[in-house]
Structures are given as structure tokens and as C-alpha cells.
Design a protein around this ligand. Sequence first.
Ligand code: HEM
Length: 351
Amino acid sequence: MHISDQGIYYGDYLQLDKILSAQDLESEKAGRPAHDEMLFIVTHQAYELWFRQIIHEIESILSLFEQPVIPDNSPDFYTIFHRLSRVKTILQLLVKQIDVMETMTPLDFLDFRNLLRPASGFQSVQFKIVEAALGLKQPDRHGELYYISQLRPQDAAVIQRIEGRRSLLELTNEWLERMPFFREEAFWGQYAPIFPPADGAPHPFWSDYYQLYEQSLQANERGNLRQFERFFLADDDKQGKLSFEARRNALFIMLYRDFPLLHLPFQYLSLLLDMDELMSTWRFRHINMVNRIIGLRTGTGGSTGKDYLKAALDRHYIFNEIAGLTTFLIERSNLPVLPVDVQRRLGFAAG
Ligand code: HEM
């Protein structure tokens, strides 16, 4: 019996015939083979394969999150957390992968660069899908509709379809809004306010917190108080990506994250910040690589190259509102003591 008759064969299973014959060097076609074009193609293909995996993870995360409720005792939230952690690990790898690309010198790139116009990583549909699925929508992007201007219409339509779906940021907002903390008045029945209620505070806890926050500020930080009011108290602010309720609950999770029930939600919020940090680290390293390899020349995709990429780096943070909440933390030792019922609900046996 032949080895090939014994069930699944490695190369067939992975369809290596397709993958390993997908490196067509333009420089070879032009009759002047450039050694480094193989590296250039393989690196981009490796990125695209990892983007494929990231999208697979994010798709499943969005589907789980789209359920009307995710009960605390269901495994779904942990699954979301676990898969997003995997995305984080892949992103760490993708940042490192720039090291390999950077072994190509500017002169080596010039051997084939002009043959690639107008193709560019800027046309990576999967990269834009990842951005959109996480929550980067058109109005928040640098340069209006520029980001899809270099795509074929069917590819642009794919991105716009994803933008029409609720993103991880929007679903996180809804999940935060569903947190029961401040909904149930009875839950807070035994709360003993520290100060007389502040004007416009939505809840005795927030009234106290506002005043504790005020006390924690340095003289040159007084401006933060206006921001606190805008973020947590003035219910008519529609500017942000997160709603008031979501912001308050996210801050509450950050403040009381030592309670068992809040461990996983806190780690989940931290993971979102990791996403932004890793995406921006990739962007930063990509810019430096671009600078090193093409200097101030325009990109093959026709953009201003480095300038476009820097603007995208500055603007394309997705979870920056969650990161910004750390502005409003106070020292742990000054936190209001939660009522026994609330403590019990959050998982500590409170006697
Ligand atoms: C020799 C190496 C590289 C150079 C010189 C380079 C250059 C550029 C430039 C100049 C742009 C701006 C758009 C344009 O006008 O083309 C760009 C965008 C982009 N490149 Fe690269 N790139 C390189 C490698 C890579 C690699 C390995 C990837 C991995 C997928 C990649 C992915 C992207 C993406 C996703 C964008 C769009 C970024 C955004 O919109 O924020 N690039 N690249």
C-alpha cells in the first residue's frame, strides 16, 4: 500500500500546492529577477494568513456578543475573552514580523519596487476588515473616503458592509450598559453617602465619587473636573463612542476590579487597550520601516507615504475612550465602601 492511500496527507490537507505556488515574482516576469521580492511576497502573505485567522476569531466574538444577554454563568464571556487574547498574541507576532521585512535594504527594494505600482498594503482588505470589525468606522478615519479610494468597488463594498454591522466597540458599549450595578436602586439601599449630594449627580455613589475625585486633583488639573462632568454627569453629551451608562460602569469595573465578579470584565477591558496598543505599535513600526526603506518618497498606493501613515497612527485608536477613563481613577484607599449587598453580589462573602 502507498503512503498516499493512508488517509489524509499533510500537503493535501494544507493545500500546499496552492500556497507554495502563489509566489509569482514580477521581477522574474520582467526578466530581471530580484532576490528580495520573494521575501516581500512571503512576508505579506504571512500577514494576510494571520489576518484571516484574526477575522475568524473576531467574527465568532461578534456573534457571541450579538446575543441579547450573556449570562454571567454562561461560558460565552470567557470564550470571548479567550479568543480575543488569542488575537492579542497574534498581533504581538505581527509586530515582530516587521523585523524580517526590515532585513530588506532600500537598494534591494528599488530592484523591483516600481514594478508594483499602484499596489500597496493600503489595499489590504483584510486589514481594513479587522479595523472596521473592531470599531474604526469611516467618520473616525483620517482623510474621509480616501481609505477605500484605492480598492476595487467589490472590496470597498465588503468594508462598508462590515461598517454597517455592530463592531466590537459598539457591542462592548451595549454589554457595559447591561451591567446591573446602578440600575437596581434596592441594591444600593444601604449605601451611606459620604457627602451631601452634588448637583446633577445621577446616583449617590457618583455624587460622592465626584467630590472625592475633586479632592484628588492637583491645582493644575482642575480642568479635569469639567471633563468628569461631561463624561459622567451631563446626560446630554452624545459626542463619545461610549454612552454615559457604559462609561460609568467601565469606570466602576476599573475601580472595584479586585472583587471576583469584576476580574474577568476588568481583564477584558485591559485586553481592548492591548488591541489599540498593539495596532498602534504595528503602525509605528511600519512607519519607521517605511521611512527607512523609502524615505520621503510617496507610497506605491499613491499616498503621501509617511505623512498619511502618521496621521492614521494618531487618529485610528479605537478604544481610546476606555483608555481615557484612567484619568478619572482615585487612590484605592479613598474609594467609597460599597454596601454589604453590593459586595456580596460582587462575590465576597460579606458576613
Ligand atoms: C518594504 C516594505 C513596505 C513599505 C515600503 C510599505 C509602504 C507603505 C506605504 C507608503 C503605505 C501608505 C499607503 C501608500 O501610499 O502606499 C503603506 C500602507 C500600508 N501598508 Fe505598507 N509597506 C511595507 C510593508 C508592509 C507589510 C509587510 C505590510 C503587511 C501587511 C504592510 C501593510 C500596510 C497596510 C495595512 C497599510 C495601510 C495602513 C493604514 O491605512 O493605516 N506594509 N505601506
